[in-house]
Design a protein around this ligand. Structure first.
Ligand code: ADP
Ligand code: MG
Length: 586
């Protein structure tokens, strides 16, 4: 940890002294690298971490640059005021574009970003007021505390101060309540939505954040260059920013700086080298540059940062510190049943996966949902938790109809769940995965996280997550990457994550699958102790011995229909059940 810090401090010191001895040309390059890093940083978050590909970031840089260029030259506004106006404009445009485009999946999103990247470029070029394709010149230099930052060496300090601040804020953001959710976006929306994250909203927040970084970069660019035209804000530059983020690598915020440096220096070097080598002028550097990009993408999928990180000392995991417990979630304490499934039907085309199913779960019960493979048990869970829409029927939680609500709304009402097909983020530690479960128990938003004002709450969340991990007996694996655990243990991590949400109703889909005998016994003990604390549990299970000893009541499904319902002993005696299910297994 200290040694990793040492590397960062060393780099900051190097940045601080660079302009004192470096030739002017290097300072200019470093200025551009700083500006590019800021935009690439937004893309590391948006594309690298959150998985939303954008070719259109250059347009947001353009908004930042043009707003200040226009308002300072034509209306003599202060550049500091135009920064605020630029951020507001960018925020509004990004919100609007985000609302429309982030719903798109697959290749539609990148195509949409190309479309707006191109159209904003032509807006800049065709507006008479913005100087058309010639652009706007005579932009005043920035003044800071009475000093005009005309000199590139002075401007360098401003650029790198802002860049490092953006790196710091983004690093903080990734290591927070919202950041964990952003890192989990790539693992599919079902999981984070099940823990109360409004994924659509979160994607837009990340999109706006990335756009605002680009806007600040554009504002700094305009006052550095003191002249703007549409060229640097077109789709070519948008593609280059994406290259920077991908080539640098999404593993760390430093990937943005590495990518921006690498691409800027490489282009510069090729521009000098190739004409000398070939003995003639021409844009050869673009050809070679393209080939190099293909090679880097081929051999360093996760970016060049990965290689650098391997050489640097490994950071030790943050220790979990003692912290006061998080407040328990408000409980819905219904007089009647906690969960009511009423004549629920789910059709997939011609297949009726769940057919007119009704049952109730009363508070404090452990109810088992059993049945042969394909009976419709997991689908029933998906209907209860909102992951799938109902075809017909009603689901009530604590007396309130939740049948048409999205999963994150249902999670808010106290439902915690695990998935039959484990949905953990393999590269994140067990602790971080489980902390996602506590999402609804925290409050801190993106701004608090970026400014590191969330540390007290974060310590509570981590302590709570560590307690949930201890509860399921995996403390020794707290800092292990979840993906490196055995599948049975991953299921147990899923239970810890659901427990961290402090649910009123816990849905477990085949929790004992893949566990060894002793592990199953430990799991049964855990579930019994949860029941003793008043937890209500609905579980799907295949292992008959496991459910027989554990559950208060069983609901048996076959071909989507409810076949029988009763105590484990009654079910064991039931002839129809034996025929359809037990007989087949025994
Ligand atoms: P169980 O969990 O009881 O083994 P499922 O609920 O997973 O069964 O599946 C019930 C039936 O619905 C199966 O025939 C399955 O193939 C089908 N099914 C489940 N999910 C889908 C889906 N998303 N699209 C189409 N068919 C599905
Ligand atoms: Mg299933």
């Amino acid at each position: 940890m200290m040694r990793r810090h040492g590397a960062v401090v060393g780099m900051v010191v190097l940045l601080a002294v660079l302009p004192l001895f470096a030739p002017a040309f290097w300072v200019t390059l470093a200025n551009y690298i700083g500006l590019y890093s800021m935009t690439a940083l937004g893309l590391v978050l948006l594309t690298g971490v959150a998985g939303q590909t954008s070719f259109g970031q250059a347009a947001f840089v353009g908004i930042g640059a043009y707003v200040t260029a226009y308002l300072t030259t034509r209306h003599a506004l202060s550049p500091w005021l135009t920064l605020a106006i630029g951020l507001a404009c960018t925020g509004v445009v990004a919100l609007f574009l985000g609302f429309i485009t982030l719903r798109m999946r697959g290749h539609y999103l990148p195509l949409a970003t190309i479309a707006w990247g191109i159209s904003l470029y032509y807006v800049f070029g065709n507006l008479e007021a913005l100087g058309g394709h010639t652009g706007l010149s005579g932009i005043a230099p920035l003044t800071l505390a009475g000093v005009a930052l005309k000199d590139e060496r002075r401007y360098y300090y401003l650029i790198w101060f802002v860049t490092l601040a953006a790196l710091w804020a983004t690093h903080n953001l990734l290591d927070s309540r919202s950041g964990r959710a952003v890192r989990a976006l790539k693992g599919g929306l079902d999981m984070i939505e099940a823990f109360g994250v409004d994924a659509a909203r979160l994607k837009i927040v990340v999109f706006v954040y990335a756009a605002l970084l680009a806007c600040v970069s554009g504002w700094l660019y305009a006052h550095l260059q003191r002249f703007v035209n549409p060229t640097p804000f077109g789709i070519n530059q948008g593609i280059e920013y994406l290259f920077m983020a991908v080539v640098g690598g999404a593993g760390s915020v430093w990937g943005a700086v590495v990518g921006a440096s690498l691409i800027t220096l490489l282009k510069e070097w090729l521009q000098d080298l190739l004409p000398a080598l070939l003995g003639r002028q021409g844009n050869f550097e673009l050809v070679v540059f393209g080939i190099l990009m293909v090679l880097i993408l081929q051999f360093a999928r996760d970016g060049v940062w990965q290689w650098i990180a391997r050489v640097l000392p490994h950071p030790a995991p943050h220790p979990v510190v003692a912290a006061p417990p998080l407040a328990p979630r408000a409980r819905t304490a219904p007089a009647g049943p906690l969960l009511e499934v009423q004549q629920v039907t789910k059709r997939f085309g011609g297949l009726v996966a769940v057919d007119d199913l009704s049952f109730v779960v009363t508070p404090g019960e452990i109810v088992g949902l059993i049945g042969p493979n394909g009976a419709g048990k997991s689908t029933t869970f998906a209907l209860i938790s909102g992951a799938l829409p109902l075809t017909a029927g009603r689901v009530l939680l604590g007396g309130e109809s939740i049948g048409s609500k999205p999963p994150h709304e249902i999670a808010r009402r106290g439902l915690g769940r695990t998935f039959q097909h484990v949905k953990l983020i393999g590269t994140m530690s067990v602790l971080d995965n489980v902390a996602i479960g506590a999402y609804l128990r925290g409050r801190s938003g993106v701004v608090r996280a970026a400014l590191k004002l969330d540390r007290a709450e974060e310590a509570q969340v981590r302590a709570e997550a560590a307690r949930a991990v201890a509860r399921v007996g995996l403390s020794a694996q707290l800092h292990t990457a979840a993906g490196s655990l055995a599948l049975g243990q991953q299921r147990i991590v899923e239970i810890a994550r659901a427990l961290a949400s402090d649910p009123t109703l816990l849905l477990l889909d085949e929790p004992a699958a893949g566990l060894r005998f002793l592990e199953k016994q430990a799991l049964a003990t855990l579930l019994r102790s949860l029941k003793a604390e008043g937890m209500t549990i609905l579980l799907v299970e295949h292992d008959m011995d496991f459910v027989m000893g554990l559950t208060d009541r069983l609901v048996v499904m076959d071909f989507g229909l409810k076949l029988a319902e009763g105590s484990p002993v009654e079910i064991q005696r039931n002839a129809a059940v034996r025929e359809a299910y037990l007989g087949g297994v025994a």
